[in-house]
Design a protein around this ligand. Structure first.
Ligand SMILES: *Cc1c(COP(=O)(O)O)cnc(C)c1O
Length: 356
């Protein structure tokens, strides 16, 4: 396995998982395809600790972000943003003509449950969108505590973007009261990019039934109904190659053990945080640190792009800051199938280049 992509997605894919992408194609309307999707569903339900149904989408995660805000907002959506990916959800609402308001917190800070309570107490909203792991700032928002707040209100559809955390951090969908929990396959799940998936609750289904213009390709209700009525099949032609690889990778993930996998991510995070505190500073509010990536304040004023150039010569890649945080911060991801040894190898190389 060539290990080098310490950017927050896509990351290196294990050779055996990669190999499954080359499985000979089958008919997407046959019993084999149904079985494949059913197996994927069963294992994703374990990963997300949910009894809710699972929808697949042949798109990257952004497709399901767009699909969820459009399919499930009847009255008005509240997007709570703590960075670029939260902002993206708001832009999607606007460009789809969905009534939506944006609530932002300072970069590096988390979305606190109290803020959600305040927003919902206006009674203006019936959908709320929260990013779990904000990949631009390294924040992991308290989605369970936010879910507790949402429980107090009637009929709010709670959508959570777990694109950069699912598969690396524990996400308990049912306990957290989440109606739609979406993710892409190319981050902590460790697959090549090109597919995404979400959980879909009965509440989300009932809401979508009332929404008149849900679009076509990302109409979550139509994906749901097709899956239900056609024995785990997908309304258009799915990326079967991804489904073979995903099915295989989910089995590997369960074999590693979910708790072991989450622990491994936590340990990798600890190593990076320790290193970051020694040489720089952590950009993010330390009470809400992500276990899948660390965003580091460039307190030494190094040229991140130069560092990355030199790292690439040695076969590694880290990420510059995202958007406005470019050069002011840099990001090291620690997600997927990497181990603490891989992280140490990267850090030794950075130390060597920077003369630490
Ligand atoms: C990467 C990312 C996205 C975008 O996902 P795509 O699969 O590239 O569409 C959305 N949200 C978060 C938090 C991300 O990290």
């Amino acid at each position: 396995m060539s290990k080098k992509l310490f950017v927050p997605g896509p990351i290196d894919v294990s050779e055996d998982v990669l190999g499954k992408m080359a499985t000979q194609v089958i008919s997407h309307r046959g019993i084999e395809a149904s079985k494949l999707q059913e197996n994927i569903t069963k294992n994703l339900q374990k990963l997300f600790f949910t009894k809710n149904d699972i929808l697949l989408s042949t798109s990257s995660g952004s497709g399901l972000m767009e699909g969820s805000i459009r399919s499930c907002t009847l009255k008005r959506a509240a997007v709570l943003s703590c960075g670029s990916f939260g902002d993206r959800w708001y832009k999607m609402g606007i460009s789809n003509g969905v009534p939506v308001d944006l609530f932002k917190v300072e970069l590096g800070k988390a979305i606190e449950p109290e803020m959600v309570d305040k927003v919902l107490s206006t009674n203006k909203y019936d959908t709320i969108m929260v990013t779990h792991n904000e990949t631009s700032t390294g924040i992991a928002n308290p989605i369970k505590e936010i879910g507790d707040v949402i429980k107090k209100y009637d009929d709010i559809v709670y959508c959570v973007d777990t694109v950069s955390s699912a598969g690396g951090m524990k996400i308990e969908v049912d306990k957290s009261n989440i109606d739609i929990c979406l993710t892409s396959v190319q981050k902590a799940l460790g697959l090549p990019p090109g597919m995404s998936l979400c959980t879909f609750s009965e509440k989300a289904r009932q809401r979508a039934e009332k929404v008149p213009n849900r679009g076509y390709y990302f109409d979550l209700l139509s994906i749901y109904e097709y899956m239900k009525n056609k024995n785990y099949q997908y309304p258009s032609t799915p990326s079967l190659s991804h489904m073979f690889a995903l099915n295989f990778q989910l089995k590997k993930i369960l074999k590693e053990g979910l708790e072991n996998r989450f622990k491994r991510h936590e340990e990798m995070a600890k190593v990076v945080r320790l290193w970051a505190c020694e040489h720089f500073q952590i950009f993010t509010d330390v009470n809400y640190l992500s276990n899948t990536l660390t965003v580091i304040k460039n307190t030494q004023g190094i040229s991140v792009s130069n560092l990355n150039k030199k790292l690439q010569e040695r076969g590694f890649l880290i990420a510059n800051g995202y958007g406005d945080l470019k050069e002011k911060t840099f990001r090291i991801s620690h997600m997927g199938d990497y181990t603490v040894e891989d992280i140490n190898e990267l850090l030794i190389n950075i130390d060597d280049i920077l003369g630490f």
